[in-house]
Design a protein around this ligand. Structure first.
Ligand code: GDP
Length: 220
């Protein structure tokens, strides 16, 4: 057997990421206000995105559970932070969707209050993954959320969804466009992860990124 040189060795976080999501995954609770939020426990990551971006589908694909996060497009449903336990080391938070064209002002205010309080009060929050529909790219409705993350200095990374709907050249162009769109944002991670829950693409990249984040957070 030949020894692999450092550059040829597989990234250990690939296997860690696979194992992370292969174990027990369970719903902890939903919180409509900060007094309902569970204790900080281990590393936390959160998923944010416009309603209908494919967030529930991505949670279900990542965990391999068909109905862990309900795939629902009900615009009127209560806005809450949903907490999931992934294995023993990770909490995943499904943030309420944003950006309904006709959302009433009180609803937008309630969303902003809950999310802002959450972002400010979570020292264990390692990264927010902001989901963007690859067919549409960054839109004006995403701007307040990215602004909020920059303002609170919470590290975030863009995850493109539904990439099965684009041709390879279109996807390359979209990735370049999104990267350019976040280049000057201080809390944005420069790389973009491209996923399709329908085809299962990019899930390993996302799991690997999360495993790497956990390793980094536990290193200090
Ligand atoms: P959420 O509102 O962000 O939780 O979005 P959902 O997960 O409920 O998905 C919204 C719609 O997008 C549904 O009709 C899904 O079937 C569809 N969808 C989700 N993921 C994908 C994907 O990877 N590819 C395609 N083509 N459609 C998807």
């Amino acid at each position: 057997m030949t020894d692999l040189s450092a550059s040829e060795k597989p990234d250990p976080h690939i296997e860690e990421g696979r194992l992370l999501f292969a174990g027990e995954c369970s719903f902890i609770k939903g919180a409509v206000a900060m007094d309902g939020v569970p204790e900080n426990d281990g590393v936390e990551i959160a998923l944010a995105g416009r309603s209908n971006v494919g967030k529930s589908s991505l949670v279900n694909s990542l965990t391999g559970r068909k109905t862990l996060a309900k795939v629902s497009n009900t615009p009127g449903r209560t806005q809450e932070l949903n907490f999931f336990r992934i294995g023993t080391r990770l909490t995943l938070v499904d943030m309420p969707g944003y950006g309904f064209a006709s959302a009433p002002a009180p609803k937008v205010r309630a969303w902003t209050k809950l999310v802002l309080e959450y972002l400010r009060a979570r020292p264990n929050l390692g990264r927010v993954y902001v989901l963007i529909d690859s067919r549409h790219g960054l839109k004006n409705t995403d701007t307040p959320v990215l602004d909020l993350l920059d303002k609170t200095a919470v590290s975030y990374q863009i995850v493109l969804t539904k990439t099965d709907q684009l041709k390879p050249a279109e996807l390359d162009a979209r990735i370049a466009e999104v990267k350019a769109g976040i280049a000057r944002r201080p809390a944005a991670y420069p790389d973009v992860i491209a996923t399709s829950s329908r085809e299962g693409t990019g899930l390993t990249d996302l799991k690997t990124a999360i495993a790497r984040l956990i390793a980094e957070r536990n290193a200090y």
